[in-house]
Design a protein around this ligand. Sequence first.
Ligand SMILES: Cc1cc2nc3c(=O)[nH]c(=O)nc-3n(C[C@H](O)[C@H](O)[C@H](O)COP(=O)(O)OP(=O)(O)OC[C@H]3O[C@@H](n4cnc5c(N)ncnc54)[C@H](O)[C@@H]3O)c2cc1C
Length: 373
Amino acid sequence: MVLPKVDVVVVGGGIAGVSAAARISSTHSVVLLEQENELAYHTTSRSAAVYIENEGGPVFHRLSTASRPFFDESPGADAPLVTPMPVLSVGNDAMGADLEAEVREASAVTPSITFVQGSELLELCPVLDPTVATVGMLEDTAGTIDVMGVHQNFLRMARANNTEIWRSARLTAASRANGVWSIETEAGPIQAATIVNAAGAWGDVVAERCGVPAVGLSPKRRTAFTSPVGQDPSSWPFIYSGIPDLECYFKAEAGEQLLCSLSDEAPSEPCDAKPEELDIALAIERINTISTLGLRSVSTTWAGLRTFAPDRNPVFGLDDRVDGFVWMVGQGGCGIVTSPIAGEIAASLVRRDALPAAVTDLGLTTEQLAPRR
Ligand SMILES: Cc1cc2nc3c(=O)[nH]c(=O)nc-3n(C[C@H](O)[C@H](O)[C@H](O)COP(=O)(O)OP(=O)(O)OC[C@H]3O[C@@H](n4cnc5c(N)ncnc54)[C@H](O)[C@@H]3O)c2cc1C
C-alpha cells in the first residue's frame, strides 16, 4: 500500500495549529490532524477573547506586540478582528510602587500603558469600589478579539494553500526513519518530513507518542462564566484585579452581561475541562468586593486549560534531540493574541530560516523560545 505523504503534519486544530498551517502551507504541503470531530473544540473556543499586549511577562509581551499588525489589518475579514476595549489592572495602595515600576518597563514596548490612581479609576469604570481599588495600570490600546473570526481567517488561508484537514484523526503513534515520519492516526496512516506539535494541553502526550522527550507542560484549568449586570457595561474597560486574595476579572459582553473569572489556575490532566462551582462562587464574591455591582446570578459557565512550560514562556522551536519535530506549545493565557506571529515562527522553523524580523527586532532570540532552554 502506498501511504499518503506530505511535507508537514500539524497536530492540533486550535488556534496554534491553524495559524501554523496557514503560514507553512504557502511553501509546503500540509495535513492538519485534529482528534475531535470539530476544530477549536478545546481551549481556543473557551478564552476571554482579550487582546492585551502586557500579559504573561516580557517574552509574551513582545510576541503579542509583534502580532498587532495582523489584527490591525484583519486581512480577508469582513469586520475588524479586534474591537477597542482598554484593559485596566487594578491594585491597592500597597501595590502602587510595583505597578508604577511595571508601567515604566511595559510602556517601553507599548507606549499606551500608563499608571492611573484615585478618581481616574472611577472615571474609567464607575462601578469600581474606590476604597478597595486605588491604583491601576491602563493599557488604552487593548481590545476584544473575534476569536472564531481569527481561527476562520487562518483556516481560510490554509485551505487556499490546499491544506487538508483531517478531523477525528488523533495521532496515536509516530516513528522516524531515513528522515521521514511514519504516523499512525485514527483516520489512517500518513508520512511526513516534519511534525508540528500544536496539541495544546496534550503537547507532551503527543511528543511522547512520537518518541520525543516531554518538556514538562502543566495544563491549568480556568473557569469562566457570564452574569447579568442589569445595566449597559459596554463603555467599561476590561477590569483585572491583582489585589492579593481578590484576584478576578470581568469584561462587558453583549446583552448586559459580564464575562467573569477568578483567574484560577488549578492543575489538570489534559481533558475536556469542566467548570468548577466553587471558583464561580468565589469569583462573584471577589467581584462584589472590588465593585458596587452586586452580582447574584450566572447565565453560562465553561472552563478551559491554559498550558504552561516550567518557566511559563512559550515553547516555539525545533527539538534538539529528534530531527523534524517542531514544538508550538505552552501558550498559557496568550495563545490567541500571539497566534499571528506564532504561525510565522512555525513557518520559519519548518523552513530552517531565522526567526521573523518582527520578533528579533523586539530582542527575542531562538534560545529564549527553544524547547530545552
Ligand atoms: C478562561 C480562559 C481565558 C483565556 N483568555 C485568553 C485571552 O483573553 N487572550 C488570549 O490570547 N488567550 C486566552 N486564553 C488562552 C488561549 O485560549 C490559549 O492559549 C489558546 O487557545 C491555546 O490554543 P491551542 O491551539 O494551543 O490549544 P487548543 O485550542 O486546546 O488546541 C489544541 C488541539 O490539539 C488537539 N489534539 C490534542 N492531541 C491530539 C492528537 N493526539 N491528535 C490530534 N489532535 C490532538 C486537541 O483536540 C485540540 O483541539 C484563555 C484561556 C482560558 C481557558
